[in-house]
Design a protein around this ligand. Sequence first.
Ligand code: SF4
Length: 404
Amino acid sequence: MRRPEILAPAGDMTCLQAALNAGADAVYFGLGELNMRQMATRNFTRESLPELSSRCAERGVKRFLTLNTILFEGETALAWDILKFARPYIDAVIVADWAVIDICRDLGIPFHVSTQMSCSNSAAARFFKSQGASRVVLARECTLEEVARISADAGIDIEVFVHGAICMAVSGRCMLSHGAYGCSSNRGECRQPCRRMFRIHEVQEGENANAEFLVTPHTVLSAKDLCSLPFIDRLVATGAASFKIEGRARNPEYVKTVVTAYREAVDAVIAGRFDRQRAQAWVDGCAKVYHREFGVGLYHGRPGEDQFTDTDENQATTKKLYAGVILNYYARPKIAQVLIHSQPLTAGNDLSIHGPASGVVDLKLTELRQDEKSLDTVTKGQWATFPCPARVRPGDKVYRVVKC
Ligand code: SF4
C-alpha cells in the first residue's frame, strides 16, 4: 500500500514550524503575490523564503510554492520574476495558468497542476503529464472511486484534498465575491458571500408583489468543511500520492492539530492499526480547532443538503486566551520563565506556547514558582517559572487553552 505524503499549509514561520514538528512530509505556501491567499495576513515574503527553505531541507520536507492565480495580460513579467527568484528554494510550483506552466518549463522548475484547473479524469491528467507536470491536484468534485481510477490509470502522481474549507463552487472560479463586492476569489480576496444570509426582495410592485425571502446559508450555499478522517483508510487505498490539508490562513494550533491527526491516521492505516474508535478520537482532536461543521465533501458522490451548514461560526471546542510572553528558557532543567501581560495563569491550566522557531508547544502547567516560592496563580505584571519539557524561546507567546 502506498504511503501518501502529508502536505501541510504554512502561512507564516510559526505555522511552518508547527507543521514540521507535527510530521508533515511537505508544505505549501505563498509569497504574497499571485496566489489564492494573497490578501491573507499570513504569507511569506522573498526575504523569509531562504529561511523557510533551509528549515524544510534540514528535515527532508518538500517545499511547494503556490502561484495559482489566473494571470491577466501584463502580469507574466511579475510571475517570471517571482519564479526566477524562488527557483533555488523550492521543489515545485502549484500552477493554475498556462503562462505560469510555460515559465516553469522555461526555467526548469517542476510544477503541479492546481485544483483550480479542475482535472477530473485520467485523460486530462495524462495530458498534463505530457505538458511536463509532475503532479495533478484533482478537482474536489471527484469521488473515491474516481480518485482510485485516475491514480491507477494516469501515470502521474495524484494529490487530493483531505481536510479544511471547501466551496460550493469550483474553487477560485466563483464570481460571487467579485460580483457582490469587487473582491476576486481568484486573487485571494474572497469575502465569502456564500457563508452569509441574504434577503431577496421582489422589485415588482402592486398587488401580490413585493415579496421578500430570507435566504439562509443552510438552504443555499455554505458547504461544510471537509474531514476525511472517518474514511481515511479508503482514501489511502485509492493510491493517491499526496494528502493536502487546506488552511494557509489558519492559526498555528490548527496546523499542529490537523497535521498531527492526519500523520497518525495515515501511519495507522499503513500499519494496519486503523479503526473507527481511533478515527473518532482524531476527529474530536480536530474539532478543538477552527472549523465550521465537518462533512465528507464530494468523496461519496454528489452532495445533498446534508453537506451544507447553517452556521458560519467557528465550531472549535476550545479557544486560547493570551496570557503573556516567554522571558527565558533554561535548557538543562527544562524551565521556562513567563511574564504575564493579560490573563492570569494557575497551576493545572492547559498552555499553548507559540513562536516562529518553536512552533506550537502544548503542555499542562504543573507548577508555578518565583525563585524558591511556590505560587498558585500568577497575574498581570508578575513573572513566574514553570517546567516546560520542550524548548521555547524568549518572545514566544503564551496562551491559556480553555473549553468553549
Ligand atoms: S464566495 Fe464562497 S463559494 Fe465563492 S469562492 Fe468564496 S468561499 Fe468559495
